[in-house]
Design a protein around this ligand. Structure first.
Ligand SMILES: [Zn+2]
Length: 442
């Protein structure tokens, strides 16, 4: 059992004093901020909820214990908009042979056909949820490979895990399949039935440039409109500037006057457009109301890789330009220990740290912590999460770091995570627990 550095008072009512929190994530008036955009605050907790947030040092007539955080950064429990729990942790039995995107696609496809029973998927998904929870994640959207027999195997497991994890992690799932399968009525019939029975009102697929792209997108948008689904796409995960399916999604959304939420993930090739093309596509994305999530760690692993050649590009989308235009932007975990990304642990503090380095989020505003908190919560319909607010749950991540440089310089392994005011056990599951599923490992 490990609960991190903080000794939380054993009382239903207590105060956390001298906390630093990103001003962009605090819903309270009268607060200033330092050059990091951090506000010094005192947080009062009662029966698992935040009852007040005041400037640090404000006199209060409140008995009860207090814990002085000595300027340490406090974050809300975080929100991961894009992960793949069903692929997670298959690396020992199905590594990526060469670190390429095609190597990932082929390895996962073969592993899925051979090994993805309900028991296998469930064990690995649950392992991922335990990691995310221990690191301080409150809500998470996973994609679910949805092809052929896998639809009937994976979606009931999603429903079971959503129910079992309620109160710890709000789990939602979006289907994943190649856009050409949208032209197959049998596939769509089976998948829509599974999403209606076990899903979260979310639909989507992987888009790339096929000749029938507009026709296939029309089908996907019609399904979403008929069923009241929001949409979530994997988009242009490629270094080919000719990959412009993001623009076609935006055009489809405008053509259908789509009013649901749309989240587009990856959008790597947007960063490789000519400036005028990039500006035109971003304008359409904004007009269509599309939000964009970048997956920096996975993109850097897969993109611009060639044997014997040093990569020149970090693989990430044009996130600064999207944000400047007013598009809601976020970053997320993506894959964990599978052929698409050999590492990762569903730790959003790591994602923000690595995202800051890869995307140079530093020196460009102090509100980037919204990308793993308030913004994904809004796009996921999880309003009230990803912020610190009186009346909201005392779901917090406490650290000893007093500034972004202190936060990002170390992994914050000693952080304390509070769920409804109580410190959780932050022990991470042992990889050995999955050894029995890795039979084909050598
Ligand atoms: Zn993904």
């Amino acid at each position: 059992m490990t609960t991190g550095f903080a000794a939380i008072p054993a009382s239903a009512s207590y105060r956390l004093t001298g906390a630093r929190a990103p001003l962009c994530l605090v819903e309270a008036g009268g607060l200033g901020a330092d050059r990091d955009g951090l506000s010094l605050i005192d947080i009062a907790v009662e029966d698992g909820r935040i009852v007040s947030i005041l400037p640090a040092g404000t006199e209060v007539l409140q008995d009860g214990p207090a814990l002085d955080l000595d300027g340490g950064i406090v974050l809300p429990r975080l929100v991961d908009a894009h992960v793949h729990l069903d692929k997670g942790h298959i690396w020992p039995r199905s590594p990526n042979p060469d670190g390429s995107f095609m190597g990932a696609l082929d390895s996962v496809g073969a592993d899925r056909e051979a090994n993805w029973s309900a028991q296998d998927v469930r064990a690995r998904m649950e392992f991922g949820l335990r990691c995310a929870f221990a690191h301080g994640t409150a809500a998470l959207r996973t994609h679910i490979d949805s092809l052929g027999k896998q639809i009937g195997i994976s979606w009931p497991v999603v429903a079971e895990l959503r129910a079992e994890w309620a109160g710890r992690i709000a789990l939602q799932a979006s289907p994943l399949f190649g856009i050409e399968c949208a032209l197959d009525p049998v596939h769509l019939r089976d998948l829509v039935a599974a999403v209606k029975a076990h899903g979260d009102g979310l639909f989507g697929c992987v888009t790339y440039m096929i000749p029938e792209l507009d026709q296939a997108l029309d089908i996907v948008f019609r399904i979403a409109i008929e069923n009241g689904f929001d949409l979530d796409f994997h988009v242009d995960e490629s270094n080919d500037p000719a990959a412009r399916s993001l623009e076609r999604i935006a055009e489809a959304a405008l053509r259908h006057r789509f009013t649901g939420r749309i989240l587009a993930g990856h959008c790597c090739s947007l960063a490789l457009q000519q400036p005028e093309d990039e500006a035109r596509i971003i304008a359409k994305v904004l007009e269509a109301g599309i939000a964009v999530v970048s997956l920096p760690m996975c993109n850097m692993y897969l993109q611009d890789r060639a044997a014997g050649r040093t990569p020149r590009w970090r693989g990430v989308t044009a996130l600064h330009e999207l944000k400047a235009a007013g598009v809601p932007v976020m970053i997320a975990s993506d894959n964990t220990r599978d052929p698409f990304y050999a590492y990762g642990d569903l730790d959003l503090v790591e994602v923000l740290r690595e995202g800051t380095r890869m995307l140079q989020l530093d020196h460009s505003g102090t509100d980037w912590s919204e990308t793993i908190a308030r913004t994904p919560a809004a796009i996921m319909g999880e309003e009230g999460r990803g912020v610190l607010a009186a009346g909201g749950p005392a779901d917090l991540i406490l650290t000893r770091a007093r500034s972004w440089t202190e936060l990002f310089a170390r992994p914050q392994a000693d952080r304390t995570v509070l769920v409804e005011g109580e410190a959780i056990d932050r022990s991470l599951p042992d990889y050995r627990e999955l050894d029995h599923l890795m039979a084909s490992a050598t």
